[in-house]
Design a protein around this ligand. Structure first.
Ligand SMILES: CC(=O)SCCNC(=O)CCNC(=O)[C@H](O)C(C)(C)COP(=O)(O)OP(=O)(O)OC[C@H]1O[C@@H](n2cnc3c(N)ncnc32)[C@H](O)[C@@H]1OP(=O)(O)O
Length: 387
C-alpha cells in the first residue's frame, strides 16, 4: 500500500503576535481537511508533531488538535517528538497508521518559540543535544554547528564563500514564499561580510548562516492510494525512510552526516531512482554548514567538495537541482515541530503545481531531508504526483 498526501495547510511562519499553540494547530487542522475536501468525521487518526522542550507550559498536546472541531472528539490522537525532525516523525507515524489500515490520517506539526525569552531559547534547543558533552555549549545549537563548521574548515579549508552563497540563495528563494518569516534578498556580499547587522554568532557562522526562531504550524491529510485516486489530488510517497544515529557526536565522524547518507541511499533505492531523477529537494538548512555537508551526504559532491555545488549555482532555483526553493529554514523559519510537516506540504504544493511564486518548473519528483540534532534523526521522503 502506498500512502498519499491528499490535502494540506500551512500557517505563516514568524513571530506571530496574538497566536497560541492551540490557535496555530486548530487553524491548519481545519484548513487541511477543507483542502482535502473532507470533514472531521472522516478522520480516523491524528498525529501531532510538537517538540516543546520548554517552549510551552503544556506538554500534553495531542488533544489540542481536537479543539479544531467537536467532531474530532474520541478520535485516536498521539503526539510524537524527535527533536528538529519532529515534523517528519509525525508524518512517518501517519504513514504507518495508513499502512496499518486507517483510511484518513490527519498529521499536524506546530511550535511556538518566540514567546520564550532569548537565553532560554538556546537552552531549550540544546535539550536536543547530548547533555554530558554539549549541554553547556554557548550560543545554543548555533554553538554546536559553529564547532562543526570550524572542524570542516580545518579539514577542508575555509568555506566562507560557499556558506554565504547558500545563505544568499535561500534568502532570495524565500522572498517569493508567502509563508516565509524573513522575505529579504540580502545578497552574497551582505551574507559574506561580517557587519553590525550580520555579526558572528558561533565559530565561523554569522547570523545569516543560522535558521530563524519561529512560530508556525503545518498540516497534511494522508490516505491510501486507492482512496487518494478518488480525491482532488494525490501526492504519493515513493519512499519514506528513517535512520537514527548515536546522539554523542564523539561517537561519529560528525563531518560525514552518515545518517543522512544512509537515509538518502535507502530512499533512492526503494523509490528505484537516482538523484538525477529529482526535480528539486527541500533540505534541512538549520545552518548553512548543514546544507553544505548534506550536498555531500546525499551524493551531489564527493566529501570536502560540497562548496563547488553552491559556488556553481547547481542548487539555485534555476540550477540543475534546485535545493530549498521555499527559502528553507533559513528564510522560511524553523518552528521545530512544524518544520518536517512544512517541508512535506511545500513539496506537495510544488508537485501539484500549486506553489505560486516558488514553483519549480515541471516539478515531477521532490526529495525531502529533515534532520534532528546534528544528523541524529534523519528522515528522507521522495514524493511523486499520481493525480
Ligand atoms: C538540527 C537543528 O535544526 S538545530 C536548529 C535549531 N534552531 C536554532 O538553533 C535557531 C538559530 N537561530 C538563532 O538562535 C537566532 O536567530 C540568532 C542567534 C542567529 C539571531 O538571534 P538574535 O541575535 O537574537 O537576533 P534578533 O532576534 O535580535 O534580531 C536582530 C535582527 O536580525 C535579524 N535576524 C534574526 N535572526 C536571523 C537569522 N537567523 N538570519 C538572518 N537574520 C536574522 C532579525 O530579523 C533582526 O533584523 P532587524 O534588525 O532588521 O529587525
Amino acid at each position: 500500500m502506498t500512502a498519499c498526501i491528499v490535502g494540506w495547510a500551512h500557517s505563516r511562519f514568524g513571530k506571530l503576535e496574538g497566536e497560541t499553540l492551540e490557535s496555530l494547530i486548530t487553524q491548519v487542522a481545519t484548513e487541511a481537511l477543507a483542502h482535502a475536501g473532507i470533514g472531521p468525521d472522516d478522520v480516523d487518526e491524528i498525529v501531532l508533531g510538537h517538540f516543546n522542550a520548554g517552549f510551552s507550559a503544556q506538554d500534553f498536546t495531542a488533544s489540542l488538535v481536537l479543539q479544531a472541531d467537536d467532531r474530532l472528539r474520541f478520535k485516536p490522537a498521539t503526539r510524537v517528538e524527535n527533536a528538529c525532525a519532529t515534523g517528519s516523525a509525525a508524518v512517518r507515524q501517519g504513514i504507518r497508521a495508513v499502512n496499518a489500515g486507517q483510511r484518513i490520517v490527519l498529521v499536524v506539526g506546530a511550535e511556538q518559540m518566540t514567546t520564550t525569552p532569548g537565553p532560554e531559547i538556546g537552552k531549550n534547543l540544546l535539550r536536543a543535544s547530548y547533555l554530558p558533552e554539549d549541554g553547556d555549549t554557548p550560543a545554543g545549537f548555533a554553538g554546536v554547528f559553529g564547532k562543526i563548521a570550524q572542524a570542516y574548515f580545518q579539514r577542508y579549508g575555509d568555506q566562507s564563500d560557499a556558506l554565504a552563497m547558500i545563505a544568499a540563495k535561500n534568502h532570495k528563494n524565500g522572498v517569493d514564499n508567502p509563508y516565509a518569516q524573513l522575505r529579504k534578498d540580502f545578497g552574497f556580499d551582505f551574507c559574506r561580510q561580517e557587519s553590525e547587522k550580520n555579526p558572528f554568532v558561533a565559530g565561523p557562522l554569522k547570523r545569516t548562516d543560522c535558521s530563524l526562531v519561529s512560530d508556525g504550524a503545518a498540516a497534511l491529510v494522508l490516505t491510501d492510494s486507492t482512496t487518494a485516486l478518488k480525491m482532488r489530488r494525490a501526492i504519493a510517497f515513493r519512499a519514506n525512510e528513517h535512520v537514527q544515529d548515536f546522539l554523542p557526536m564523539s561517537k561519529r565522524d560528525i563531518l560525514q552526516f552518515e545518517g543522512c547518507e544512509v537515509a538518502w541511499n535507502k530512499a533512492l533505492k526503494s523509490a528505484g531512482i537516482s538523484l538525477d531523477d529529482l526535480s528539486f529537494v527541500e533540505t534541512h538548512d538549520c545552518f548553512t554548514i548543514a546544507e553544505l555537508i548534506e550536498y555531500e551526504a546525499m551524493g551531489l559532491a564527493p566529501r570536502g567538495e560540497g562548496a563547488r555545488i553552491a559556488m556553481e549555482g547547481i542548487t539555485a532555483k534555476d540550477g540543475r537541482l534546485p535545493v530549498n526553493p521555499s527559502g528553507g529554514l533559513k528564510s522560511k523559519g524553523h518552528p521545530i515541530g512544524a518544520t518536517g510537516v512544512s517541508m512535506h506540504v511545500l513539496t506537495a504544493m510544488q508537485l501539484a503545481g500549486e506553489a505560486g511564486g516558488i514553483q519549480v518548473k515541471d516539478a515531477k519528483l521532490g526529495g525531502i531531508f529533515n534532520m534532528g540534532g546534528a544528523a541524529v534523526a534523519n528522515y528522507v521522503s521522495i514524493l511523486d504526483r499520481i493525480r
